[in-house]
Design a protein around this ligand. Structure first.
Ligand code: SAM
Length: 295
């Protein structure tokens, strides 16, 4: 597998993250790049339609935050705003969502015009004053963030002392255990993809040790940590590809050059089809849920 190309910004982000990690985690690990440039209106609409698994995971996460009426909540990486809208039914309209993808923020604004949504990355929350939130959540987002240390420093800044932070994310240790890796990794090792794939995975998941270490270094005290197993059924292989591609905002198939994308889409759908059972195509993912408090 060729090595991952590294633009200087993402390389520096990785160095910053790793520089904060002690001992053997101090080496710069080559994490894949995440692009915000592959999204489009159709992918955003598809995500809105197929994102029940993330929405349900987000609802479970929010239960752990024990939100009270009137609390100010920041939904980081809010996507199309489904979870923010749901949180507002508990807290009232003090819920703010941010996401770097303008198409998804546009859908969120249409969905909940009474809430504030901004285009922003977790690493740059400059639109918000120090201590301006009681709680924040990152539902299915943390593995997409390249500069995790900076994002957590920003979250610590905008949360008040005692503010709660909820995260659901993939963990590097569990990445290979899910259906997507089982299907995609062998495919990318075969021709014609073997000679063209620029990277192997589609997100920059950190290990659990890294996540916990980064939380501690950003002055968060870990209160809860759970491994989550997510199983769902898709009616056909194409539908499973739509789910992963829209969840990855175009970063899944962009590992190969544009002219190979229709082919890898078809091959991936066919590979999912080989797993068909009477109820459909089973997909299994593992992730983690963390709740921490800002000291
Ligand atoms: C799988 S979606 C989850 C969306 C939503 N939280 C949900 O639960 O449905 C991942 C989201 O992370 C967002 N994201 C990617 N990089 C980000 C970053 N650096 N800061 C904040 N959000 C980011 C993407 O734009 C995308 O909307």
């Amino acid at each position: 597998m060729p090595t991952i190309p590294s633009d200087s910004a993402s390389h520096q982000a990785r160095q910053r993250t790793n520089a904060l990690l002690p001992g053997r985690w101090n080496a710069v690990r080559e994490l894949p790049m995440v692009s915000h440039a592959h999204d489009n209106p159709e992918l955003a609409r598809t995500y809105d339609r197929v994102s029940d698994p993330q929405f349900e995971g987000g609802q479970r996460l929010v239960e752990g935050l024990a939100l009270e009426p009137g609390e100010r909540v920041l939904d980081v990486g809010c996507g199309t705003g489904r979870l923010a809208e749901w949180m507002a039914t508990r807290t009232g309209p003090n819920v703010v969502g941010v996401d770097p993808l303008p198409e998804r923020v546009a859908l969120a604004r249409q969905r909940a015009p009474n809430l504030r949504f901004e285009v922003a990355r977790a690493e740059e929350l400059g639109a918000f004053a120090d201590g301006s939130f009681d709680a924040a959540c990152l539902s299915a987002v943390f593995h997409w963030i390249e500069d995790k240390a900076r994002a957590l420093a920003e979250l610590a800044r905008v949360l008040r002392t005692g503010g709660r932070l909820g995260i659901t994310t993939r963990a590097a240790e569990l990445q290979r255990a899910g259906t997507l890796a089982e299907v995609l990794v062998p495919l990318l090792r075969r021709p014609p993809y073997r000679d063209h794939a620029t990277r192997e995975a589609s997100a920059c998941a950190a290990t659990l040790t890294e996540i916990v270490t980064l939380l501690q270094q950003a002055a968060f005290e870990l209160r809860e940590l759970h491994v989550i197993q997510r199983r769902r059924w898709h009616p056909h292989g194409e539908d499973a590809v739509d789910f992963y591609e829209s969840s990855a905002f175009g970063n899944l198939l962009s590992v190969v050059p544009e002219d190979l994308r229709p082919r890898i889409r078809a091959d991936l759908a066919a590979a999912f089809e080989t797993r068909r059972r009477p109820a459909g195509i089973p997909l299994l993912d593992y992730g983690v849920l963390l709740v921490a408090v800002h000291r």
